[in-house]
Design a binder for this molecule. Structure first.
Ligand SMILES: CC(C)(COP(=O)(O)OP(=O)(O)OC[C@H]1O[C@@H](n2cnc3c(N)ncnc32)[C@H](O)[C@@H]1OP(=O)(O)O)[C@@H](O)C(=O)NCCC(=O)NCCS
Length: 409
């Protein structure tokens, strides 16, 4: 059975949003739903119809994302949902195929998404491209290693987040290009980041903020909530739940972390999704105190392999013929010669013998620089025809710092 697919218009929003709510089993507060609607690009929505019923949906945010060496327009895939009554009938597969064609027509060479489950998107050519650590640190075991930077010109200021929104936006805009995976925030995204009604607080109290600044302005900020408590013996046992910590330089970064970790009446700091190479790891004297859980973060799909590969920078020179397997976007399925050095890259179709054969998802997973190719090669998932070719390609594609988006879309 096929279900006709088309974008929705604003009058169909309620039916579109209902599919999300049903599939995720979560109904947002009307204010949250309004914010989400304000973020929606209606011409980039897709709905699959069963008669008058919307059976499945997806949408795209037009993101400007940092990739190694530059920023690119990237399709941020979101709102993927199929009604329970229509699941496992191929609705998602037809939506994904249509969406990838639309993205290509629009001229974006890369798509990215956050997956609710890691089993879903590999079949559509998405590869696990970034990871995150969520960790808890015991405040009393959080001393910094010798040599942590200090800058006497820096001072801390307790602020109300909404009152310094302009400073936060400016600071974020200055750091967004530093790490692959980060993307520019439109005002509607900031509305969600700073949302602080009772239904946004999830029982953790109002959002609090502290900024690090000098005479020239704000150099970093932390956003967090505090769940205060005392144990049976009357000893303070609060938890600081960190939402964001961004800084323009290492001294501001260290000062903000110290402020968060030293908070009075708090016994531990919890974070939800930080970079796997968070500089905090290097700052802590006793790194094992960072009790961490690892998870996949961004998934990336190269919609046009040649353009995507030519559009990023490389960490080392490479000249390699790659045979790409891609059933979903057949225009990618051929041999490409990637030639790159530290000044630029070229990716051209060729008929030469390949050095490597790999599924397009493997290139997606390596695209932002996370070094996944080596892992996949060691796992026996890539075919190398010229000895050392995977290692050379993996080295050229790797990047520091490691990719991380930091804000679910
Ligand atoms: C995930 C979801 C969108 C899948 O939609 P669907 O229309 O049932 O998917 P399809 O029928 O097109 O499935 C295509 C293939 O993917 C597989 N698949 C789909 N969802 C899967 C899942 N969650 N886990 C494992 N495999 C899955 C199907 O078994 C099928 O495999 P096959 O081709 O080998 O038969 C739907 O189950 C859903 O809405 N889930 C809840 C919301 C959610 O998690 N959305 C994703 C947000 S990132």
């Amino acid at each position: 059975m096929t279900y006709p697919i088309r974008p929705i218009d604003e009058s169909e929003w309620t039916a579109f949003a209902r599919v999300n709510e049903e599939a995720f089993g979560w109904t947002p507060h009307p204010q949250q739903a309004e914010r989400y609607k304000a973020q929606t690009e209606f011409d980039r929505t897709l709905a699959a119809f069963d008669g008058d019923t919307i059976a499945g949906v997806t949408a795209v945010f037009s993101l400007t994302m940092t990739v190694p060496g530059r920023q690119l327009p990237v399709a941020g895939v979101t709102a993927v949902s199929v009604l329970a009554s229509h699941r496992r009938r191929g609705v998602l597969s037809s939506l994904m195929r249509r969406q990838l064609n639309d993205i290509r027509e629009r001229g974006e060479s890369v798509a990215a998404l956050y997956a609710s489950e890691s089993l879903i998107y590999g079949r559509y050519g998405y590869g696990r491209a970034a990871s995150e650590l969520s960790f808890t640190i015991d405040k009393h075991r959080s001393a910094f290693a010798p040599g942590a930077p200090q800058d006497p010109s820096l001072r801390l200021r307790v602020v109300v987040p909404a009152e310094v929104r302009g400073d936060l936006e400016k600071l974020f805009a200055a750091v967004v290009t530093r790490r692959p995976g980060r993307y520019e925030r439109r005002p509607e995204f900031w509305d969600s980041v700073l949302a602080d009604e009772e239904h946004d607080q999830r029982g953790n109290g109002p959002m609090r903020s502290i900024v690090a600044e000098d005479d020239h302005g704000v150099r970093g900020y932390a956003l967090f909530r505090i769940k205060s408590s005392w144990d049976e013996a009357g000893i303070p046992n609060g938890t600081l739940k960190l939402q964001e910590l961004e800084a323009a330089d290492p001294a501001a970064y260290a000062l903000l972390w110290r402020s968060v970790l030293d908070r009075d009446l708090v016994s531990k700091v919890e974070t939800y999704g930080r970079p796997v190479d968070d500089p905090l790891i290097a700052l802590l004297a006793d790194t094992r105190q960072l009790r961490a859980r690892w998870a996949d973060e961004l998934w990336v799909r190269l919609v046009e392999v040649d353009r995507a590969l030519a559009e990023r920078a490389y960490a080392a020179p490479v000249d390699v013929v790659i045979e790409v397997e891609d059933d979903v976007c057949p225009w990618n399925a051929r041999r490409w010669r990637l030639t790159a050095d530290l000044t630029g890259a070229e990716c051209k179709p060729v008929d030469e013998e390949p050095d490597i054969t790999l599924p397009v998802a493997a290139l997606g997973s390596a695209y932002l620089g996370d070094g996944m190719l080596g892992e996949q090669f060691e796992a026996g998932l890539l075919r190398e025809h010229s000895a050392g070719a995977v290692h050379r390609l993996a080295t050229a594609l790797s990047w520091s710092p490691k990719p991380w988006a930091g804000l679910t879309f």
